[in-house]
Design a protein around this ligand. Sequence first.
Ligand code: PGA
Length: 250
Amino acid sequence: MKIIQTKNYQSMSKLASQYVINTLKQIDKPVLGLATGSTPEGLYQHLIKAYQTHQISFANVSTFNLDEYVGLDKEDKNSYHYYMHKFLFNHVDVPSRNIHLPNGIANDLNVECTSYENRIQSVGGIHIQILGIGKNGHIGFNEPGTSFESRTHVVDLDESTRRANARFFDSFDEVPNQAITMGIQSIMQAKEILLLVSGSEKAEALEKLVNGKVNEDFPASILQTHQNVKIIADKAALENISYRYVSETM
Ligand code: PGA
């Protein structure tokens, strides 16, 4: 696990975009795992800028998102379908047939989970997975207690996660109770993981991820056992980590 420190959110986002662009350029048909939330918005802005200035094309890229709320359709402004189109897909040349998110309004959610997992396998797996982390250690929507063996599945969202995400909704009651998420195994099968962390409110979670016991009560701790994890974090998020473990460059 390599930890790279940046000054602030902007420099974290820029460095992440440069790294993603370089990686995409080296692969014939890259498969990119994507995340939602506040953390990757800056990364997506930089990727759009890179596309607009002809530094990168997404024509050969396939994308798989980590998760989607259950019960929200694609047009719902709080769905992750909507988020991804707003913050990235509408502004770059990724073909719509290459875009994959779990369908949170599928008739049979369990069938949808299996089919999503199969779709990831059918393109040969994810080359680089972008991740954020929740204060409770969740990755994707894998809440504390999720089995490390899990594949794409339906989850009941923690009240703390619903409260954290309520800022995007008109009221707390509107935040869905369930989501579909890639499982811990699905995430761990990515060839490379790029975790972005910003702000002092994530410092405790990041410290636990790096130094804590590998334990299902803190899902992100599993990343200690992945062969190729890079964490790009700003100074505030790294305030509990000794500088000895931190590098300034990729
Ligand atoms: P955030 O969410 O980027 O909005 O902080 C991250 C997460 O909960 O995984």
